[in-house]
Design a protein around this ligand. Sequence first.
Ligand code: F6P
Ligand code: MN
Length: 328
Amino acid sequence: MNTKNEILLSQFIKNRDELHQPDPQAFAAILKAVEEASGKVHSVISRAGLVDVLGAAGSENIQGEQVQKLDLYANEQFIESLGACNHIAAVLSEENDEIITLNDSGEYLFATDPLDGSSNIDVNISVGTIFSVFKRKRKGPVEKEEFHRHGYEQAIAGYVLYGTSTVLIYTCGKGVHAFTLEPSSGEFVLTNESIKTPQNGNIFSVNEGNYYTIEKGIQDYIEHCKKLNEKGKRTHTARFMGSLVADFHRNLLKGGIFIYPATADAPEGRLRLLYECNPIAMIAEQAGGLATLGKKRLLDIKAKEIHERSPFFTGSKVMMNKALSYLD
Ligand code: F6P
Ligand code: MN
């Protein structure tokens, strides 16, 4: 098959300086590091089963979850590439209890879930990397409290979805842009500039195994999604893969809503504010969607802890407003 006239991520960043203000050089270097690390993760994922990356590493992370071998591999690649880019002072990763300090003179902080949905890797289902970048407010050695920021302060937010193809999506506050990895060259190629999510949709993504442990308003919204129309046909469709990046990406392109509320097992919510909800929320808003932790805008929350969790609702405006109308 012919390939199209290709614009590489590196060229796009260089040619679209206005998107990357106030610091085009640093943004280019940070995104280059993401490109490099995720390319390596892609190579290993695409050969999982052939190389020894499947299964648990035999330890638990700070959240009490089984760490997978691939979690550790992805974490190492990101820390190494970000260390070499010089602009990152410290990394907050789901895989490390404490922040990793890299370069005291770096002007940015990087928060990441290096391998989201990692339990899916053993069964050949899509996984992702999620990342968020803040500009530092001071110089010198980094204290972890520097990560206690509002979501709206993010300078860059993005994710990589290792799916049927590998795509990198990012925003730096001026639209959402998507690039697809060309595996033969290891380069990400522009495939969707200025993504806009549909204002409405019919997909609802929620783990219904939690149904009896979630608040009544959300139960009622789920019932609303299951209602038939006057012809006896379904009005919505349910999709939940268990990989946030994959569930969000599908809904971003097709229109839908993703909900991970507070549950009996996860009374604060399950997803992590700084490296799961924040970056996805910034992308959702930049694409014309909404993201909340209930009625309140998620990006208005200021983190109090580095591994803090949050309830999370995100999706198309019409569906989100309908869902929020069921909440107290
Ligand atoms: O990182 C947390 C995560 O794996 C998300 O990718 C996903 O949306 C969620 O957990 C699934 O959680 P559960 O298995 O409780 O539905
Ligand atoms: Mn995750």
